[in-house]
Design a protein around this ligand. Structure first.
Ligand SMILES: NC(=O)c1ccc[n+]([C@@H]2O[C@H](COP(=O)([O-])OP(=O)(O)OC[C@H]3O[C@@H](n4cnc5c(N)ncnc54)[C@H](OP(=O)(O)O)[C@@H]3O)[C@@H](O)[C@H]2O)c1
Length: 414
C-alpha cells in the first residue's frame, strides 16, 4: 500500500523535470537543449534557481514556469522538489550548494541527477541519505556529464559487447582519450578550487579523493592509485599521459561494478589515460602532460597560487564561447581485454559532437533527467551511477538524441 501511494504521488506531480541552476553557464545550455527537443510534447519541465529576475529573463525564451529556492533554504527546497518527479541540478560547487537539495530529494522521493565530480561529497551524501532514498524511492544519480558518462556507459557498453561475443566479462578495460577540443567554465574551476580548499581544512577529504575505491562500500578490487606519470602503452602503440578526470571516472566505474553485483568480476581492472602519440615528440609531449598535470594540482593546492589562478581563470557564470562549444568534440577509445585470449580483445570508441564539458555535457545530463522521468528503468530508490541506474536507456538515448555514440571498432587481437 505504501509503495502504491508513493507511486501515485509521484505520478501526480506538477512537473516531470525541474532544471535547478538554469541561470548558470551550463544550466542555460541545458535549457536550450530542452527547449529545442522537449517543448510541446508530453514532458513538462520548469526552471529554478535563486534569482527570480535572472530566471524571468530565461522564461521569456522558454515559456516554462519559474521556481525560486536558495541552496541554503531547506524548506523552500522541500517545497520545490515535491512539485517534480526529477530535479536536474547544475548548482555547483556541489559540496557548497548541493547537500540540502540531495537530502530533500532523498526524503521526498524525487529522482535527481547532477554534474558533480566531487568524490568526497558523493561519498558523504551516500553515507547520509542512501537509506532515505531507498525508503522514499528516489533515484539519486551523480556524475551525469562528461565525467563520468563516457567512462561509465563506455565500460557498460564494452562489457555488454564482450559478453555477447564471448560469453565472459572483460577482465581489464583501458580508457584512452584520443582527441578532444573544448574549454573550462568558471563553475568548474570554482568546484576544483573549492575541493582543494576543503581538503586543507579536513585531511580526510584528501584520503578519500586518493582512494581508488572511494565510492565502494562492500567490494574492493585490484586497482591501485591513478597513473600520474607518462608511460608507453604497447596496446595502443603510443605514449600516454594522465587524464585529468580519471580520479573521478575510475571511482564511478568501480562503484557501478559493485552496484551491479560485480558483473564485471571481482578482479576487474580499469584505468584512464590520454594518448599523446607515437615517437620521440609524443614521449616528450606525454612527459610535459604529466608534469603539467602535477604542476596544476600543486599550484591549486597552495593558497597564494590558488587565489592567483582564481583571478585569471573564468569566474562563475563564464565559460567557453558558443563557437568553441559548437566546434568542440571528443573521441575516446576503450580497449576491453578478454580474460584469457588476447585474440578476443575488443576495441570500442565513444564520440561526442560538441565540446565535452558543456555542449555534450548539457545533452547527456538532460537525457539522464528525461530517462529518470520517462523510461522504465530497472532500479528502485537509492544512490546509483549512470550505468547502474540507466545503462541500457542511455545506450539508446545518447546516440539517438545527444550526439554521443558508442561503437565497436574491430576485434584488435592485441
Ligand atoms: N561533470 C562535468 O562534466 C561538468 C561539466 C560542466 C560543469 N560541471 C559542474 O557543474 C557545476 C556548474 O558549473 P557552471 O559552469 O554552470 O557554474 P555557474 O555558471 O557558476 O552556475 C552555477 C549556478 O548555481 C547557482 N547558484 C549559486 N549559488 C546558489 C544558491 N545559493 N542557491 C541556488 N542557486 C545558486 C547560480 O545562480 P546565479 O545565476 O543566480 O548566480 C548558477 O545558476 C560546477 O560544479 C561544475 O564543476 C561539471
Amino acid at each position: 500500500m505504501v509503495v502504491l501511494a508513493r507511486v501515485a504521488d509521484h505520478m501526480q506531480r506538477e512537473y516531470d523535470i525541474i532544471i535547478w541552476g538554469a541561470s548558470g553557464f551550463t544550466g542555460k545550455i541545458v535549457c536550450d537543449y530542452m527547449r529545442e527537443n522537449y517543448s510541446g510534447g508530453n514532458l513538462t519541465w520548469a526552471i529554478g534557481g535563486r534569482n527570480r529576475s535572472k530566471l524571468n529573463a530565461l522564461q521569456a525564451a522558454s515559456g516554462v514556469d519559474v521556481l525560486v529556492a536558495d541552496a541554503h533554504d531547506p524548506s523552500a527546497l522541500t517545497e520545490l522538489v515535491k512539485k517534480t518527479r526529477v530535479v536536474l541540478t547544475t548548482v555547483g560547487p556541489y559540496a557548497r550548494y548541493g547537500s540540502e537539495l540531495v537530502k530533500a530529494c532523498a526524503e521526498q522521493g524525487t529522482h535527481y541527477c547532477d554534474l558533480t565530480g566531487e568524490v568526497h561529497w558523493m561519498r558523504n551524501m551516500i553515507e547520509r541519505y542512501d537509506a532515505a532514498a531507498k525508503d522514499s524511492g528516489a533515484k539519486i544519480v551523480h556524475t551525469c556529464g562528461f565525467d563520468s558518462i563516457p567512462s561509465d556507459i563506455g565500460v557498460f557498453f564494452m562489457q555488454q559487447q564482450m559478453n555477447n561475443k564471448h560469453g565472459v566479462a572483460a577482465s581489464h578495460i583501458k580508457y584512452r582519450t584520443r582527441a578532444f577540443k573544448g574549454g573550462f567554465s568558471g563553475g568548474t574551476i570554482d568546484s576544483m578550487m573549492a575541493m582543494m580548499e576543503s581538503a586543507k581544512t579536513d585531511p580526510k577529504i584528501m584520503t578519500t579523493i586518493a582512494d581508488p575505491y572511494a565510492l565502494n562500500f562492500s567490494h574492493r578490487g585490484l586497482d591501485g592509485v591513478d597513473q600520474n606519470s607518462q608511460f608507453y602503452d604497447s596496446d595502443f602503440q603510443a605514449w600516454v599521459g594522465p587524464f585529468v578526470m580519471a580520479a573521478i571516472n575510475t571511482r564511478v566505474v568501480r562503484r557501478s561494478n559493485e552496484l551491479m553485483g560485480q558483473v564485471y568480476g571481482n578482479e576487474f581492472r580499469y584505468d584512464e589515460g590520454s594518448i599523446v602519440g607515437a615517437g620521440v615528440g609524443a614521449m616528450v609531449g606525454s612527459t610535459a602532460l604529466a608534469m603539467g598535470t602535477r604542476l596544476m594540482n600543486g599550484l591549486a593546492a597552495i593558497e597564494p597560487t590558488r587565489k592567483l589562478m582564481q583571478k585569471v581563470l573564468p569566474k562563475p557564470g563564464e565559460g567557453p564561447s558558443a563557437e568553441i562549444i559548437d566546434s568542440g568534440f571528443f573521441e575516446i577509445e576503450l580497449l576491453a581485454k578478454h580474460p584469457s585470449d588476447p585474440q578476443k580483445n575488443l576495441l570500442g570508441r565513444v564520440k561526442g559532437d560538441k565540446d565535452p564539458g558543456y555542449g555534450s555535457t548539457a545533452k547527456m545530463l538532460a537525457e539522464c533527467a528525461v530517462a529518470l522521468a520517462q523510461d522504465n528503468l530497472p532500479t528502485t530508490g537509492g544512490f546509483w551511477t549512470p550505468a547502474s541506474a540507466m545503462g541500457d536507456a542511455l545506450l539508446e538515448r545518447l546516440p539517438a538524441n545527444a550526439g554521443v555514440t558508442f561503437d565497436l571498432v574491430e576485434p584488435t587481437g592485441t
